[in-house]
Design a protein around this ligand. Structure first.
Ligand code: ZN
Length: 371
């Protein structure tokens, strides 16, 4: 068990090399940079600590903790189940994401899972209720399978008809942890890691658009439902499958088909955008996919989106993105049982600033000026 009861000597004895790597990745540092920050060790020593060839002395551990802004007890093997194997997550735009940004984002998501597990020692979180309809690897995948998977998830979650009110809330109610990234890792798009105990969906912070953020969340849900636990399988195929899933999940064929216009009718599309909380772009694609709109009308519409600058900023903004609340509410509930945030941080051995960020305690979403 880690926490304040561990003196530095205990921590040195319980040193877990994976924790050092996680803390370093959380800060986005290379081994060379970390060694420079610490001052008294070489990059080769950091490497040896991380690969288990040697262990840091108590004094070194203290310096590492300061440099990495984590409590020394962070380096002790945690009293939480390990995340099993190395999980790599599903990342969207690989080329625009550097390996270090990706590692940093992954470390942050690992921390979100640990926070959830730690909170669960004090309060009851929703059970994980995530149906899985895996798509076989290498098999040709039918769009009908994806439509059906999305429909089955909605059935399972009792939202079989009409627009989904709040995708993030739905994920949370069903036991998935959702976090929103802050600007520091802005280059990383939405992604998810399918931890068997608590899958985590991470959404980008920078877009600020409700429709896009909902689609991102539904896309990540698609990965969990269709490709979950498969690890690092990401190619064009899985990406487009997750996209198809998101469209089908947010706009079920039976419900939306009769509402979609056959021709380019912007007022009608804007009305549907407000009703279904999806972008005009998503509606156009859906209209084409379902065969309501001709290829020609779709092409015209798509061109108009570009020409008018609507690919970047669409008319009819839907307001702020959906906000994750599960972790924050769990913490508030825990505080009502008499355990303070400070005590919780002390006992968990988790880095306070990062936990505050994960809980959205330091930065509230800025309200958006609407036009
Ligand atoms: Zn994806």
């Amino acid at each position: 068990m880690n926490g304040p009861q561990l003196d530095p000597g205990d921590v040195a004895a319980l040193f877990d090399r994976a924790r050092l790597r996680m803390a370093r990745e959380l800060r986005g540092l290379t081994q060379v940079q970390l060694a420079r920050e610490v001052g008294s060790i070489t990059a080769a020593s950091v490497s040896q600590f991380e690969n288990g060839h040697s262990r840091p002395a108590t004094s070194t551990l203290r310096r590492l903790a300061v440099a990495l802004r984590v409590p020394p007890s962070f380096f002790a093997a945690p009293a939480r189940p390990p995340a099993q194997h190395q999980l790599n997550g599903f990342f969207r735009s690989l080329r625009s994401t550097s390996p270090r940004d990706r590692q940093q984002a992954l470390a942050y998501v690992h921390l979100a899972r640990e926070l959830a597990l730690e909170l669960e020692k004090h309060v009851v979180l929703p059970d994980l209720n995530l149906p899985r309809y895996p798509i076989g690897e290498g098999e040709p995948c039918q769009s009908a399978d994806i439509e059906q998977a999305a429909a089955r998830v909605r059935d399972h979650w009792n939202v079989s008809r009409g627009p989904v009110q709040d995708v993030v809330r739905l994920l949370e109610i069903n036991g998935t942890v959702v976090v929103r990234f802050r600007v520091s890792i802005e280059k990383v798009d939405a992604f998810c890691v399918d931890f068997p105990d608590r899958p985590v969906v991470a959404l980008g912070a920078d877009k600020g658009l409700r429709d896009r953020s909902r689609f991102d969340a539904a896309h990540e849900l698609g990965h969990l439902v269709l490709h979950g636990l498969r690890g690092e399988t990401r190619d064009k195929g899985t990406e487009s499958q997750a996209h198809e899933f998101a469209a089908a999940f947010l706009m079920p064929a039976e419900d939306i088909r009769p509402e979609l216009p056959e021709r380019l009718d912007w007022p009608a599309l804007l009305h549907l955008k407000a009703r279904w909380h999806v972008s005009l772009a998503a509606l156009l694609v859906r209209a084409k996919t379902l065969g309501v709109m001709s290829e020609h009308a779709f092409a015209q519409g798509w061109k108009a989106l570009s020409v008018r600058g609507w690919r970047k900023v669409e008319p009819g903004p839907l307001g702020n993105p959906e906000v994750p609340v599960l972790l924050q509410r769990a913490l508030e509930l825990m505080e009502t049982t008499g355990l303070s945030f400070a005590d919780f941080i002390n006992h968990s051995g988790l880095p306070e600033d990062d936990i505050r960020t994960l809980l959205g305690r330091d930065i509230s979403e800025r309200p958006r000026v609407e036009f």
